[in-house]
Design a protein around this ligand. Structure first.
Ligand SMILES: [Zn+2]
Length: 218
């Protein structure tokens, strides 16, 4: 079993655990990774043997503390690499995720420490996601998906990093991290939201997009 495969499973379980109701299943992981449930079950037995997950077939699974610590290390590498690529190598925020998906499995601790120091031990990546510190502590925020809020004033806290086209579109509309706007209209039935920027510019967006932008009230 390659270590990058193991790391991707741990990272996926961590994401599902923190995003959902805490009850992660083999089916959830299979869907997320685009593999068969049989493949996931086999991996869960392997991770259980290594003491990284608790797993009872057909009952459920969760990360054990050792597995969670490993997963947080991968997340830390991913997010620090993304920030390094944007801040130092001047890549666009829409093109760093794919690179980080590769580099997160190969970068040495020494190089990562150097990047962390150089960037001043940052706590957020270019997409606003919190960077776990070297002990695995992570800052949680109370941001909620834009699609769930009522009309009012908000600030963009973080956005999903996986869809490069979405990131390009948000950039074009000026909906980047820290931007403030007024949500004027939210019609969930029609699937359309409208907001106005401080510049007065109006932006319309669909529910799909609004589900990937996380905001807090200002
Ligand atoms: Zn990413």
């Amino acid at each position: 079993m390659s270590s990058s495969t193991v790391e991707n499973y741990l990272k996926t379980i961590l994401r599902l655990q923190s995003g959902g109701d805490g009850n992660t299943t083999v089916g959830d992981i299979a869907r997320e990774l685009g593999v068969t449930p049989g493949t996931v079950s086999m991996m869960m037995r392997h991770l259980k043997e290594r003491g990284l997950v608790s797993y009872v077939p057909r009952r459920g699974l969760s990360l054990r503390p050792e597995g969670e610590a490993e997963a947080l290390k991968v997340v830390r590498r991913h997010r620090l690499i993304e920030l390094f690529l944007v801040e130092v190598l001047k890549l666009d925020w829409s093109e760093v995720h794919e690179e980080a998906e590769i580099l997160e499995h190969v970068i040495s601790d020494r190089l990562l420490d150097r990047i962390d120091t150089m960037l001043g031990s940052p706590t957020r990546d270019p997409h606003g996601d919190p960077i776990p510190d070297r002990n695995g502590a992570i800052v949680r925020d109370s941001a909620v998906p834009l699609v769930e809020v009522d009309a009012g004033d908000y600030r963009v806290v973080r956005v999903s990093d996986e869809d490069s086209a979405l990131l390009g579109w948000l950039d074009e509309k000026g909906l980047t991290i820290g931007e403030e706007f007024h949500l004027t209209h939210s019609d969930r039935t029609a699937g359309i939201l409208e907001l106005s920027k401080t510049s007065g510019k109006r932006v319309q967006l669909g529910i799909q997009v609004a589900g990937q932008v996380f905001v807090e009230a200002v």
